[in-house]
Design a protein around this ligand. Structure first.
Ligand SMILES: [Ca+2]
Ligand SMILES: [Ca+2]
Length: 196
């Protein structure tokens, strides 16, 4: 109860201060120390000058934000909350923006992107895994796949960039790539070209 009384007295002090009563009169009316009145007056004035810490309801219309949010704090927190997990499109941001600039449709951009991803992600590190085995081994299976494609069944490798073992910039797969593969496996042991 004592605490409630104290709050009521504080409210009375503030109300009377707002009515421009002198400290001495407020102190006498409420039975409190004059210095106490002065202290609450200082608090009241600092609260008025700093909207960061107002008495609830005492400052209507001045600040719609929560009282304990300092300027800039809210602006900092909102992007944090909205970030969420990184977008899977983020690595392709520049490409997507460029295509948007070309007024391509979303479906067309998606198709281009999936083509690009399929082209680049199937070839990792060095070329030579022509049969696309998941362990990325370069062995007789790759040589067979290369010969099949070039001379026998003409079955395209799953990942054409893997078959461009001589690393020519056009990505063509021909006898030079077969030679490079044979070189690596049996002759010079020189690694096939890097994936492009
Ligand atoms: Ca292989
Ligand atoms: Ca080639």
């Amino acid at each position: 109860m004592a605490n409630q009384l104290k709050v009521a007295v504080v409210h009375a002090i503030i109300r009377l201060l707002e009515q421009h009563w002198p400290y001495r009169r407020i102190a006498r009316e409420l039975g409190v120390d004059r210095e106490t009145v002065a202290r609450y007056d200082r608090l009241r004035q600092s609260a008025d000058s700093k909207p960061a810490n107002p008495t609830p309801g005492s400052d209507p219309g001045s600040h719609p934000k929560p009282a304990n949010v300092t300027p800039g704090c809210l602006g900092y927190e909102v992007p944090d909350r909205s970030l969420g997990p990184p977008s899977r499109c983020q690595p392709f941001e520049a490409v997507i923006k460029e295509k948007l600039g070309q007024s391509l449709s979303g479906q067309r951009i998606w198709q281009d992107l999936t083509d690009t991803i399929a082209d680049t992600s199937c070839c990792v590190g060095i070329t030579g895994n022509v049969d696309a085995d998941p362990d990325e081994l370069i062995d007789i299976g790759d040589l067979t796949a290369m010969i099949d494609y070039l001379f026998i069944t003409f079955t395209e490798p799953k990942c054409m960039p893997e078959a461009n073992t001589d690393g020519d910039p056009d990505g063509e797969v021909d006898i030079a790539d077969l030679t490079a593969l044979i070189d690596y496996m049996f002759i010079t042991f020189e690694e096939p070209a890097e994936c492009q």
